[in-house]
Design a protein around this ligand. Sequence first.
Ligand code: ADP
Ligand code: MG
Length: 692
Amino acid sequence: MSLPLAQRPVTDLKGVGAALELKLERLGIHTLQDLLFHLPLRYQDRTRVVPVGGLVPGQEAVICGEIKVADLVQGRRRALLCRIQDGTGTISLRFFHFSAAQKNQLKPGVRLRCFGEARPGPSGLEMVHPEYRRIDAETAVAVEDSLTPIYPTTEGLHQTRLRGLVTLALQSLSAEALPDLLPETLRRQWNLPSLEESIRYLHQPPVEADQALLLDGRHPAQRRLAFEELLAHHLSLLKLRHQAQHPGAPSLPYRGELIRPFLDALPFPLTGAQKRVCNEVARDLARTVPMLRLVQGDVGSGKTVVAAMAALQAVENGLQAAVMAPTEILAEQHHINFSAWLEPLGLEVAWLAGKVKGKAREKQLAAIAAGEARVVVGTHALFQDDVHFADLGLVVVDEQHRFGVHQRLSLREKGRNGARAPHQLIMTATPIPRTLTMSAYADLDCSVIDELPPGRTPVSTVVIADSRRAEVVERVRLACAQGRQAYWVCTLIEESEALQCQAAEVTAESLREALPGLRIGLVHGRMKPAEKAAVMAQFKAAELQLLVATTVIEVGVDVPNASLMIIENPERLGLAQLHQLRGRVGRGSVESYCVLMYQAPLSKQGRERLGVMRETSDGFRIAEKDLELRGPGEVLGTRQTGMMQFRIADLQRDADLLPRVRQVATQIEHDVELNSAVIRRWLGAGEEYGQV
Ligand code: ADP
Ligand code: MG
């Protein structure tokens, strides 16, 4: 009988006790299956003896030869140096650490077999601390018959030990013990090797294996595993989507009684992109399955109008709409916009945030519960336990980027009303590269507002070193003297928010000294929401000319008269975040500037990244670049990194697999058992993001 490897703990292996078990746990290895999915980083070729004369610098190789000279040399460090020859050439072995016994053993005339990396030394190639073994002239030189894997490992766990464990685990590998979850027809159709084949190959590749391909992670055996892993993630998201849609939703067809007058009263026509996205949303709302739609649109692309139209469509059908923003400042701004638009239509917009307390809060709660409040705007406070909607038809979540998958799910649950769930519209200003939407957001449909309203002047971006700080300060003075307003954004590498805020305080102080007579305000994350809001309001009302801030101003705040932004140490932020920050300026009709003031010297990557900011204001291009330079975890934000951690797949490298993954997912969607097996194998027993 062969027990599934997924159910056999590593302690099943001979010689694995509690101590080793702990070390393996640090590598995420609990079962024999985990061990076999723990793939080598690279390989060494110990399958043949390389003639010394043919070695090239950087080559790792097995060599065989006779010691001609062995000397103690005094360089910067004392070393034992052995020159060995094999008839084709000479190479030195250099030992900085050696025992007396070693010194005695390594004498002229002794033959050695060594493995190491040939590096240029003071007198030709040398190997520093090679592995070596003494051999006799007669014995055939034993070599390995497959490439030697080098695994990612952890302190106290040696390669050879880990290698030994994998070899043991491979003895238990069979199609029965580790079932191939991809149906054979699919495998054949896509020309993918079997699971067993792939795993054996990757742990013990044959001599002729294409090492460059393996190192790149593009070997069919690796692609096969990456494919299954991507499939698992995708299926898991589809399952979520299915669960979310299961309850059904109220059909909210377009009627126009409110939307038409709303559009008539707008001071501008919708852009083509807005129209298209509004149509997509309107169609979703008419259906009886809950809409799960993500609207991506760059800063200033006009997402709020789209949200308002969706809300009106819910109200036209007699249901309520809730609009949620991640911060009070943003929620308040939405409240102001929505009120201005909807009150002329006879709709009062309710307001619920942390700072709404006591009587005012009770009044709002009563109006929401009675269904008198048709449109409610607020923060997370909207989804506290004591908030009951009479009949919620739509939830709009703005700036989704701040919310992780789990929050998205809990929102869905909160809004649930018996057998019906509300429709969901999620809006993000951070463009998400297509590869990521296809994976991380597979549970959502996507719309893109890929056009800005006419008449925007693009922000000119300059990149300068902080040695020119005085010039920058002067520039701020000039802009403010001309009646403009400016932001000064402080960033710090420190994790601690306290330190960041302190740094902002110090900066504000020094700017007050450098710019006497300027009205300077300060916002940072440690201020109370009310204090923050008060400062923001002052800046908005132009009572403040310069706003010093930490990155808390990142999202959504709209001050058209602000036309200059200084960002200190921009090299520390992600491109997407810089793009968001920069979006705070360029909202009015005057020409706007963004000064990226870096701390010299800038790394090559840093230069490249800031260069991207200077060259383009296209959020999608910036996001793609960010993904390329920093990887998906960074792009999606820390909240979501957890779910984006792949063992084998790499979203960028394997992006071309995604369309196929989607296709296969739909082909096997009906097979519940297979689905769970795939998800369980790759996402573990906690199973999926579904467990909120
Ligand atoms: P975001 O997508 O960043 O949330 P907003 O909805 O805040 O953008 O819109 C930014 C600004 O553009 C607002 O002042 C809004 O009134 C204005 N706006 C939106 N749509 C249009 C349009 N079609 N034409 C002109 N201005 C528009
Ligand atoms: Mg917005």
